[in-house]
Design a protein around this ligand. Structure first.
Ligand SMILES: [Zn+2]
Length: 404
């Protein structure tokens, strides 16, 4: 039985449960926590207000100067405020149960995996299919194919297991940046202030710098100076060099050939802003910086890669890394796998040679597996052809090889 190593696979699943989103229709343990905090804040505020009002009335009545009309007004105000509180808490509750439901579905998906013990079981095949679809949807979402991702999620009935809403939201910010507008992204920075501070993000500075560059491009010098005073100076302790450089644009027009000003005017900076936003967004949501598809593929390829993979004469037809045009290209930068035992692989069939498929030597001393040679002989009147030299031999001439 092919046993599953649950821990290894689960180590890739952290973002799946932890994802943190502003949108009410997405999951998130983090968001669930902040909803709880918010209701607590509302309750504390109203209770303190209620206690103050009542204490005031009691105090006045003790002094004997309480007016029934005033008390009635005060009590009416309390009732109104409590009704508002009730409505707010109801809304938060609805949101919370949505988060709880999503988190539950995701945990169930992982729990299902923990109950599977064999890689060969139908249960694992079914579970892997869901996982593969999740990974494909993640890949499509990151590449902007939101329509296709939504269709796949719907048709496989796994909408609760993927984060489409999150990408719809971030897609809006990216589209605004493509239209050369920083407004939406600055708003996003404001909404995620504390998170961005934690990851030491400089995205807001880059956006402010870009808005300044656009003013300089249009030669709106006075506005640019006012903008710099308001939005760039707060960063002077950490970004003085960049600020001094960008201020130079006031002297250099957009068609300048002079570096670094030419580079600052370059429109490709907008593409850099999109990448910076993406990586910050992924970091905040506990997403892996690379798509899960790449992460899992790389883990698999690294496990197979050997020093022989890139030598054409040693190509193994069953090894995906040996194919230089497809997966092999992805694996070039990956480390080699760590093999505890060496194994010999047949050049003809790509299968491992062992006691079930013995290594056999031809008279020219080249070694191939018994199964591959026997199959070749059965199709060619007991003759076998060496793929390396083209020499033809009778199957009776092959000899068993003993490895010591
Ligand atoms: Zn290989």
């Amino acid at each position: 039985m092919n046993k599953i190593n649950h821990d290894q696979l689960l180590s890739l699943e952290h973002p799946f449960v932890k994802v943190n989103v502003k949108s009410p229709s997405s999951i998130p343990v983090e968001k669930y926590r902040s909803a709880l905090k918010l209701s607590q804040k509302h309750i504390e505020k109203e209770i303190s207000n209620l206690t103050n009002t009542i204490t005031e009335i009691i105090k006045k009545s003790a002094q004997g100067n309480v007016d029934a009309k005033q008390v009635e007004v005060a009590l009416d105000a309390i009732i109104t405020r409590l009704s508002t509180l009730k409505r707010k808490l109801r809304d938060i509750r609805a949101e919370e149960s949505l988060y709880a439901q999503r988190t539950k579905v995701r945990l169930q998906h992982l729990e299902e995996f923990l109950s599977i013990n064999s890689l060969d079981s139908d249960d694992f095949a079914r579970w892997s299919r869901v996982r593969l679809n999740r990974i494909l949807i993640d890949y499509m979402l990151r590449d902007g194919f939101r329509g296709s991702a939504t269709l796949l999620a719907k048709s496989e009935n796994i909408e609760q297991l993927v984060d489409i809403e999150l990408f719809v939201q971030s897609g809006k910010v990216e589209q605004a940046l493509m239209r050369y507008s920083c407004t939406e992204c600055l708003q996003w920075c404001n909404d995620n202030k504390s998170g961005l501070k934690k990851i030491k993000s400089t995205l807001e500075f880059s956006l402010r710098e870009q808005e300044f560059i656009e003013l300089a491009r249009e030669r709106r010098t006075r506005e640019a100076i006012a903008y710099a005073k308001k939005h760039l100076t707060p960063w002077q302790d950490t970004h003085m060099k960049e600020i001094s450089q960008v201020m130079g644009l006031l002297a250099f027009p957009p068609d300048t050939k002079c570096h670094p000003y030419k580079r600052l005017y370059d429109k490709s900076r907008w593409t850099d802003l999109i990448s910076q936003f993406r990586s910050n967004n992924f970091a905040l949501q506990y997403f892996t910086p690379e798509p899960l598809l790449a992460v899992t593929l790389q883990a698999g390829l690294a496990a197979l890669k050997t020093p022989m993979c890139y030598k054409p004469e040693h190509r193994n037809v069953n090894c995906p890394v040996c194919d230089p045009n497809m997966l092999g290209a992805l694996a070039t930068e990956l480390p080699l796998s760590h093999h505890f035992n060496s194994s010999i692989v047949c050049k003809i069939s790509g299968h491992i040679m062992n006691e079930d498929n013995l290594p056999m030597a031809l008279p020219n001393n080249y070694v191939y597996s018994y199964n591959a040679l026997a199959e070749m002989a059965s199709l060619n009147n007991d003759k076998v052809t060496c793929p390396r030299t083209g020499s033809v031999y009778d199957i009776s001439e092959i000899k068993k090889v003993f490895i010591s």
